[in-house]
Design a binder for this molecule. Structure first.
Ligand code: UDP
Length: 458
């Protein structure tokens, strides 16, 4: 789209992980529908997966008002990224100059950036925006309780981190509920440093926006003295899950789902299928994959299981003979259209790693859960689903046995407790829809942000 001098052009910056791209794209959609032009700038490491094979474009349009662009994150196909610290380090070294170059290129093309929004992996965007004289806001893409938790522990002596923290409105947080990346035993050092930087820069951001909603996470849960008041604009999930089936379907999946997922679900009775997925990053160790596999089989429930082979491998680690043994009972796929799966009438429950996007999606779909958190914010999200919202049970022990998998599936799908969870999940669904309805809390906050964009910048 050709931009006139009056057009507001917001650049949303995020890391190229599926769990970052999804909420940012939904946020982009909400802004674009109000006539704002959007560039989603993401790290080059995702270029190939986002553009898919053979597509040589350097940018693409997600829809008329939303364009994707890539900036360098120091990724090198010959030297694959080793881990989170490595990835954050490269991003911090290479990102600022490359992103500044992109902003300048866009200006030359007549697409001057008038407002910037950063997500947590790129706190340096706040300095860049300041240098350019462009207003900048932060979009926090995890749950607000985690935002409050990190703020408190990172502003304390790290040795105190194991002390259980009390958040008004939440049950007593036990160490197994804490986000793993700020724990003293975490081997990832860069993430706490990056968050500390982020909190220090908050004085330079216009607004802190959160991918949550007031009815789900009221202020008392996450707010701490000295912390920026957050405006919650979520859930930033596809509108189809929020009662708007005709809204444009924005998606940019980094993996391809086989075409049979939904037709297979169509063939199953209502409320009968267990959906199992650990998101886009987590991979179970072989022994756990084996126990999960046999647990699903002995549950005798229909299931759809997303098993994403680790990067640079095609090995799923499924036990020998498993696939043949479950023919007719379940299917295993490398990726699926999760939103459509969660809203399918055949679904009974979701065995989830509790990534924040999956958490919001299951809350909005009204689907009960078996929480199986792996790392980062997932334990806190699991606590939230199970102990606060009461929409499921949690797999807790280190190695979850096949019997435990079977027991939890039975607990969430059959009997009085299952009925209560289903009712609680249905209430959550209504709450999510109300937040984004006209005059709903998130809708009002989104409008306040749009007003800020309109009032600021050239
Ligand atoms: N997702 C999907 N298909 C899959 C697995 C995941 O579409 O087979 C989507 C899911 O709907 C969610 C995102 O990928 O929006 C994963 O984000 P989340 O925060 O749940 O977990 P992460 O991948 O960041 O660990």
């Amino acid at each position: 789209m050709e931009m006139g001098s009056e057009t507001k052009h917001v650049m949303l910056v995020c890391y190229a992980a599926q769990g970052h791209i999804n909420p940012v794209l939904q946020f982009a959609g909400r802004l674009a529908s109000r006539g704002i032009s959007i560039t989603v700038a993401t790290a080059a490491i995702g270029r190939q997966r986002i553009l898919k094979d053979g597509d040589k474009a350097t940018a693409f349009e997600a829809d008329g008002n939303i364009k994707f662009e890539f900036f360098s994150d120091g990724s090198d196909p010959l030297m694959p990224i080793k881990d989170l610290d490595d990835c954050l380090g490269r991003l911090e070294r290479e990102g600022p100059e490359s992103l500044a170059g992109l902003v300048e290129d866009l200006r030359v093309q007549g697409r001057k950036v008038t407002y910037m929004v950063t997500t947590p992996f790129t706190p340096w965007v706040i300095d860049l925006a300041k240098g350019l004289g462009v207003p900048c806001s932060l979009l926090w893409i995890q749950c607000c309780a985690v935002y409050g938790y990190y703020y408190r522990v990172l502003h304390r002596n790290r040795a105190e981190m194991e002390v259980p923290l009390t958040f008004p409105g939440l049950p007593h947080l036990k160490p197994e509920d804490f986000p793993t990346l700020a724990s003293p035993s975490s081997t990832y050092n860069r993430f706490p440093l990056l968050l500390t930087q982020l909190y220090e820069k908050l004085g330079d951001v216009k607004m802190v926006l959160g991918n949550s909603f007031n009815e789900l996470e009221p202020e008392e849960i996450w707010f701490a003295e000295g912390l920026h008041l957050m405006k919650l604009v979520g859930p930033l999930i596809p509108q189809a899950l929020l009662g708007c089936p005709t809204a444009p379907r924005l998606r940019k999946d980094m993996w391809v789902a086989p075409s049979n997922c939904l037709s297979w679900l169509d063939s199953k009775p209502e409320g009968s299928v267990v959906y199992v997925s650990l998101g886009s990053v987590s991979v179970l160790p072989p022994k756990q994959t084996e126990e999960m596999a046999w647990g699903l089989k002995i549950s005798r429930r229909a299931f759809i299981w997303v098993v994403k082979p680790p990067e640079n491998s095609s090995e799923t680690g499924l036990p020998e003979g498993f696939l043949e043994g479950v023919e007719g009972q379940g299917i295993v796929v490398p990726w699926c259209p999760q939103v459509e799966v969660l809203s399918h009438p055949s679904l009974a429950c979701f065995l989830t790693h509790c990534g924040w996007n999956s958490t919001l999606e299951t809350v909005a779909a009204g689907v009960p859960v078996i929480a199986f958190p792996q790392w980062t914010d997932q334990p806190t999200n699991a606590m939230f689903l199970v102990d606060v919202l009461r929409v499921g049970v949690r797999l807790k022990v280190d190695l979850v046995t096949r019997d435990e998998v079977e027991r939890c599936i039975a607990e969430v799908t059959d009997g009085e407790k299952a009925t209560e969870m289903k009712k609680a999940a249905a209430r959550c669904k209504e709450m999510a829809r109300a937040s984004v309805a006209k005059c709903g809390s998130s809708e009002r906050n989104m409008q306040a942000f749009v007003d800020d964009i309109m009032d600021n910048g050239p």
